[in-house]
Write a protein that binds this ligand. Sequence first.
Ligand code: ADP
Ligand code: PAZ
Length: 312
Amino acid sequence: MDNHHLSPYMTFNRKEWAALRNAVPMTLTQAELSSLQGINEDLSLEEVSEIYLPLSRLLNYYISNHFTRHMILSRFLGQDHKTPYVIGIAGSVAVGKSTTARVLQALLTRWPEHRKVALVTTDGFLYPNKILQERNMMDKKGFPQSYDVKKLLKFVSDIKSGIEKVNAPVYSHSVYDIVENESIEVEQPDILILEGLNVLQNQANGAAKSNRVFVSDYVDFSIYVDAEIPLLHDWYINRFLKFRAGAFSDPSSYFHHYSQIPESEALARAEQVWKTINELNLIENILPTKERASLILTKGADHRVASIQLRK
Ligand SMILES: Nc1ncnc2c1ncn2[C@@H]1O[C@H](COP(=O)(O)OP(=O)(O)O)[C@@H](O)[C@H]1O
Ligand SMILES: CC(C)(COP(=O)(O)O)[C@@H](O)C(=O)NCCC(=O)O
């Protein structure tokens, strides 16, 4: 472990981190491992046991501590005081935020406390295409101004207040728009995993100047998933090609059009979207939030986590 005194982080290499799962051994059965692979067929099981399992163990300690503190507060107030633990997952488009979120959801649910873990992605809080078009912002999807931040803040604040049922809107990658008349109902979870490009943004990096409260104020533990830009580019293009192949026989999909034109043309468009939207957003608005994270997972080729930085 590197514990350089000027850095706010302790840095672990892969081997050092993997060793940390041994203190309280938790093994996964073959069936559980296979069900995790249902989340993402490319996810390696070695990655689950060496990286995500120790991470879920650490999180489980923090979460237990959170509930102990709230029990004390309940005693002090003389009334029930329970608020969910919020884990934020930030990083570039295509770095693997949603895969990380789903693996952590599965692992945290599995700890003996059997906590209820809800998962919400911030893309549901993007303005619908109709509004983005009116505001001439279709090439700014994912940028801070493309989100209904007030709605997102109200959502997280309602969850934190312990409101019984809170609804989140839904975005579809395949439709490439908000899905009207659809929502996710979140019912008093113990843990909320909130995943999205913007969960660590504050005034200094991206959020509107008039805002005084930020989503990050409601986040108890934040994870920034990081990788070098050329890798992110390749992962974005690969995912685009997967969507394109999947949309071949589905005319309602946004990607259907790309399946009807030559691959070279579709690729040229994907390259353009990456460069002018997602890479630009990464550099301007997402990367600057990295140093605010509680933990940074740095990935190398094949999504293999090479190092972990944990705030001291
Ligand atoms: N741990 C992983 N191992 C292998 N492939 C992964 C992993 N995480 C993500 N991927 C792949 O990378 C691409 C982007 O992942 P995704 O979770 O959709 O990213 P994000 O939510 O950050 O946009 C997808 O094609 C996904 O299958
Ligand atoms: C939907 C996204 C903005 C990600 O949203 P998030 O859930 O991270 O808030 C992004 O995946 C996206 O679609 N960006 C627009 C450019 C593109 O077509 O990739």
